[in-house]
Structures are given as structure tokens and as C-alpha cells.
Design a protein around this ligand. Structure first.
Ligand code: NAP
Length: 313
């Protein structure tokens, strides 16, 4: 059994993008990072490549698309003897080009299985470990996104559809084939991602409501900015992968580097001033505010009017 004096944080999906750079930033702050990943050789290689000191991290196998793997991960983590002072819900898949649903080991649609169901089980199991932390304010931090918030500009984009869980009909019916969407409607892979991220946010809020007062655990979320060059977009069309970073850098100004996004996560996990529970942190730029106002005035209002007149659906 290994014991550690430093603070311990589990980060899911720390083998690339936001998660990897959050791991680096937290290791630099003196935290021990448990990198919870599905590809162990890759994780070892990238941790070395970004210059993380070997004693600042450990790597544990976690495949969020398998509920058995989530349970095994929790057992392995407990066997390490480490305390748990923070958990970062970060890993995700985005598969906008799927023609038909891909299924997890347990038979669920892959985006919701990975991004929501796997994390939902993980958070609930690890809650017990976080309750035992000696940290004055253990934090459970969830990566959110503007596209999952129907009240934000990004969440209003109708391509393929805004996030919408409907009456949870798909879940009620068991969420296995032929069901692939939470609302039980037609499969739309891009929407499945948005729905799964909306579930992440609802889980965070519900955990805050149920457990914050009694446990003192901080449940919060953040939008890290638009990390337009991360691997998240690996399955998006090639043209999109070229244009999207240019658009985000020059038009919206919402672009952030992977390094900066990781630094933002580290702040929410470890820094003073981020100890509020039930909140969502975001770093909006002036450019984004201007674009948001423009789109609301020139695009969304006419679109809403068209809908009301019954022409567009
Ligand atoms: N990129 C953005 O602009 C943006 C904006 C807002 C929010 N976010 C959020 O930030 C988070 C990280 O995104 P990112 O941009 O850093 O994407 P990314 O570079 O693709 O990283 C995703 C991570 O999740 C891991 N992962 C995927 N499926 C998994 C599974 N079944 N089990 C365990 N790990 C799995 C990946 O592992 P492999 O290395 O093995 O593939 C990778 O480490 C996501 O929650 C995303 O929704 C991103």
C-alpha cells in the first residue's frame, strides 16, 4: 500500500488535449495526478513528452465505455492506498460522422455511454472516497461545453440539432438497440455528444444539490474555451478540422491552446477563489460577446420568427 502526503487528483482522459495539460499543470502545482486512461502506453509516452516528472503521476486503466472497467478502476485506485482530493470528469468522444450508432461493451450508444454513463458510475462510486479526504474542500470538476447549453450561442446551433433530452423516453426504454438517443428519437451523432455533455452538467448540479451541504465537497464545472486543435475533433470532416481553428482564432476569439485549457482546469481544481459549489466557470472573450450579440440579432431572431410562422423545422 502506497501512501502519499501530496494531494491526489484523478483525471479521466488524461492522455491528450485538455486532460493531459490539466495533468501537467496540476503536477506543477505539487499534486499527484492519477491519469485514468484507456491507452496506457500512449499515456506514458505523452506524459513524458510534456515533461511531467515520473513521481508526479501514476497511470491507471479506465475504459469509460465499459461499466466493468469503471468498477475495476475504482478497485485498483483503492488498492493504491491514496486519498482522493479531486476528480476531473474530462474524457469524451465526439463522433459526428457516424451513420449508425456505435455501441459500448454494455450495448449503449457510444457517446452517451462514454461521456455520461461511465462517468456517472465513476462519480457515484468515488463519492465515498472523496468523503474521506482530509482536504478542506475536495472538488469534483466537470468539463462542460457551450454546445450543451441551449441558452448559450453555441448551444443554439441547429446543426444537427440543439441538445434536448426530451422526456428521457430512450432511457426509459432501456437505451439499448434499436434505441440510440436519450429522447428516444432518430439517431443524430452530433446531438448524442451534446446530450451527453448536458447530462454531465445535470449530474454535477444534482450531486451538488444532494451532497454538497452534508459532505462539503465542491461540485462545479467549467468551459475551458474552444480547444479547436485538440483530438476531440479527430472524427470531424477534414475541412472542418482546418477551418474551425481559423474561425475560432480570428472571428470568435474563443480559441485557446491545449496548454491554456489545462491551466484553466487546474485553477478550478486547485486555486483559491474557485471553491464555490454548483457553479459553472467560463472565460468569455470580448470577441465572443460581440459575435453572440450579432448572431442573436441577425440570425437567431429571424430563424425563430420563421419557426413561429411554421416554415422552418
Ligand atoms: N476541445 C474543445 O474545444 C472543448 C470545448 C469544451 C469542452 N471540451 C471538453 O473537454 C474534454 C476533453 O476534450 P479534449 O478536447 O481534450 O478531447 P481529446 O483530446 O479528444 O481528449 C479526450 C480524452 O478522452 C479519452 N477517452 C475517450 N474515450 C475514452 C474511454 N472510453 N475511456 C477512457 N478515456 C477515453 C481520450 O483517450 P485516447 O487518448 O485513448 O483517445 C482522451 O484522453 C471533453 O469533456 C470535452 O467535451 C472540449
Amino acid at each position: 500500500m502506497e501512501q502519499s502526503q501530496s494531494r491526489n487528483v484523478i483525471i479521466t482522459g488524461a492522455s491528450s488535449g485538455v486532460g493531459l495539460y490539466a495533468a501537467k499543470a496540476l503536477a506543477q502545482r505539487g499534486w499527484h495526478v492519477i491519469m485514468a486512461c484507456r491507452n496506457l502506453p500512449k499515456t506514458k509516452q505523452v506524459a513524458q513528452a510534456v515533461g511531467m516528472a515520473p513521481e508526479s503521476y501514476s497511470i491507471l486503466a479506465l475504459d469509460l465505455a465499459s461499466l466493468a472497467s469503471v468498477r475495476q478502476f475504482v478497485e485498483d485506485f483503492r488498492a493504491s492506498g491514496r486519498s482522493l482530493d479531486a476528480l476531473v470528469v474530462n474524457a469524451a468522444v465526439y463522433k459526428p460522422r457516424l451513420k449508425s450508432p456505435e455501441r459500448s461493451e454494455d450495448g449503449y450508444e457510444i457517446s452517451v455511454a462514454t461521456n455520461h454513463l461511465g462517468h456517472f458510475l465513476l462519480c457515484n462510486l468515488l463519492l465515498e472516497d472523496m468523503k474521506k479526504s482530509s482536504h478542506p474542500e475536495p472538488r469534483l470538476v466537470t468539463l462542460g461545453t457551450v454546445t450543451a447549453n441551449p441558452k448559450e450561442l453555441g448551444g443554439k446551433i441547429p446543426i444537427p440539432a440543439p441538445p434536448d433530452l426530451g422526456e428521457l423516453k430512450g432511457m426509459e426504454l432501456g437505451f439499448k438497440a434499436p434505441i440510440a438517443m436519450i429522447d428516444g428519437k432518430k439517431f443524430k451523432p452530433g446531438k448524442a455528444y451534446k446530450d451527453s455533455k448536458l447530462c454531465n452538467m445535470l449530474t454535477m448540479l444534482e450531486m451538488h444539490r444532494r451532497y454538497h451541504e452534508d459532505t462539503g465537497i465542491i461540485f462545479n464545472a467549467l468551459y475551458p474555451g474552444c480547444v479547436a486543435e485538440s483530438d476531440l475533433f479527430r472524427d470531424a470532416p477534414k475541412l472542418f478540422q482546418i477551418i474551425f481553428p481559423i474561425f475560432q482564432k480570428n472571428i470568435t476569439g474563443g480559441y485557446v491552446t491545449e496548454e491554456e485549457s489545462g491551466e484553466r482546469v487546474a485553477k478550478v481544481v486547485a486555486d483559491e477563489g474557485f471553491d464555490k459549489s454548483g457553479v459553472y466557470w467560463s472565460w468569455a472573450t470580448a470577441k465572443i460577446k460581440i459575435v453572440r450579440r450579432f448572431v442573436r440579432k441577425c440570425l437567431m431572431r429571424p430563424l425563430m420568427r420563421t419557426r413561429l410562422l411554421g416554415y422552418g423545422n
